[in-house]
Write a new protein. Structure first.
Length: 478
């Protein structure tokens, strides 16, 4: 029953994305819908050959990172694809997502009033306070009147953009890519309409630039839906909702100030490229490469690598977007304030797991379903249920529903170390995978505890768990 309800919620979130997508295609003057996601990195490492000789299997390849974008609008096929390439010169953070978003927005002929964003549910790159603050900034600068940011639940993030990645993978399996130029050609030939392929050669530090302007925010890992809209005073208000069909909760203004400085350019690090090893192994690849590809690799080391180390960049794109909005031929009507009925009466009594302000530690760790408001993905949880063969029953939270949670089960005892419990993969009995199961929130006894450095339970946790399990046994027997 709990798993069925979970799938129903997933279906609702997918339908919400499809609704945003159709609105943008049918009325591009008012709506713009963008989905951004990353591709499996191993499939685009270079050289990528259809048939690989044994002598080349262990040779080093140039690692590439591919980020895909689909802009849904009224055009051929209803979408415009973009592919952004980088060579791991920078860590994968929200800096890259923000820069890609700015680039794509600049490419649009006109910017409508409402922006819909669909991102992968990854806290490092997307679901963090920097991305929330940047969406607030887009509204407070009046680039958009409203921004909605949506995520699919972890484990259910497969969407239409994955079809773009699948086409690229199949194309590479057939034709390969001997160099960066070959990869660009393979991507362009793999999908219709033809993707725009951009090699990222610089990156702005938007995180540090905006950090001092952000108020503290906590609990934002749980909601899947965020909305940013101006209030009567022209301040961007942050709303969140656990699911698309649950009421919005207004958290107020996330931005304390607006920065007037420009962000700094991040110095690229070429250590992850392992250039000495790559340059040495490319020589061993040469017998398997065409003459044009050999020339392209020579140009890569002689010209492109020095260019990637330069700490220079084009203009920061945010002021360009502001100018773009001001120069749009059709002037926008005055920005409407948030309607009073946009805040449902039920929100006033709805238990919110997210808040803006200083961190508020939980009053206690435990115990019943009414006291799990601070539960977050990644927390360790101990539960009590009749089906559990051993005690304590401990797992790591991978998803949070209204009445249930998904746990990645762990194995251990009060006195031994804990590790993830593995089961046979249903699709491939030769492999073992993590055992993830849905359990009721009402079965939670203890959460948000931690292990020692050796993955053992701490003494205080052991004492508390034994007390709680004893109480449950006493209650059930009475």
């Amino acid at each position: 029953r709990n798993y069925t309800k979970h799938l129903e919620h997933v279906s609702i979130e997918r339908k919400k994305y499809y609704k945003h997508r159709e609105k943008a295609r049918n009325d591009p003057e008012k709506y713009l819908c963008i989905i951004i996601d990353g591709m499996d990195q191993a499939k685009t490492n270079l050289p990528q050959l259809p048939k690989v000789a044994k002598s080349t299997q262990n040779l080093w390849r140039l690692r590439t990172h591919v980020t895909g974008v689909l802009v849904h609008t009224r055009t051929d096929g209803g979408k415009k694809p973009y592919i952004f390439l980088d060579l791991h010169q920078w860590p994968s953070t929200s800096n890259m997502t923000i820069q890609i978003l700015l680039h794509v927005l600049r490419e649009q002929e006109k910017l409508p009033r409402v922006l819909y964003l669909q991102f992968d549910n990854c806290y490092k790159e997307n679901k963090n306070r920097f991305m929330l603050a940047f969406c607030s900034l887009l509204v407070e600068l009046k680039i958009f009147q409203k921004v909605k940011l949506n995520f699919l639940p972890v484990g259910h993030t497969h969407e239409d953009i994955d079809q773009l990645f699948s086409r690229i993978s199949k194309r590479l399996e057939r034709t390969g890519a001997e160099s960066l130029a070959g990869l660009k050609t393979a991507i362009e030939d793999s999908y219709s309409p033809t993707p725009s392929v951009i090699l990222t050669k610089h990156l702005y530090n938007a995180k540090d630039w905006i950090e001092d302007s952000i108020a503290e925010v906590h609990g934002h890992s749980e909601p899947l839906c965020f909305k940013f809209q101006l209030d009567d005073e022209g301040k961007a208000q942050l709303f969140s909702a656990r699911w698309s069909n649950t009421p919005w909760k207004n958290h107020g203004n996330l931005l304390k100030t607006l920065s007037t400085d420009l962000p700094e350019v991040i110095q690229p690090s070429l250590e992850n490229m392992d250039l000495p090893v790559l340059q040495q192994d490319i020589k061993k690849w040469l017998p398997w490469l065409s003459v044009p590809a050999q020339a392209e690799w020579h140009d890569f080391f002689e010209n492109l690598v020095p260019e990637l180390t330069m700490n220079q960049a084009p203009s920061w794109l945010l002021p360009i977007l502001l100018q773009k909005v001001q120069e749009q031929e059709v002037s926008r009507p005055e920005t409407a304030s948030i309607p009073r009925n946009d805040i449902f009466a039920s929100e006033q009594t709805q238990e919110s797991h997210m808040y803006i302000g200083r961190y508020q530690p939980p009053q206690n760790l435990i115990t019943t379903v009414e006291n799990t408001s601070n539960l977050e993905i990644g927390h360790l949880v101990a539960i009590h249920c009749e089906d559990c063969p051993t005690e304590p029953a401990i797992g790591e939270v991978t998803d949070i529903g209204i009445d249930d949670i998904n746990l990645k089960w762990m194995e251990g005892t009060y006195s031994t170390a804990w590790h993830y419990y593995k089961i046979l993969d249903a699709r491939d009995r030769r492999k073992k995978v993590d055992w993830i199961q849905s359990v009721p929130r009402s079965s939670i006894l203890l959460f948000n505890f931690t292990f020692t450095k050796t993955n053992h339970l701490k003494k205080k946790t052991v004492l508390k768990l034994k007390e709680l399990y004893t109480r449950e046994h006493t209650t059930s027997s009475s």
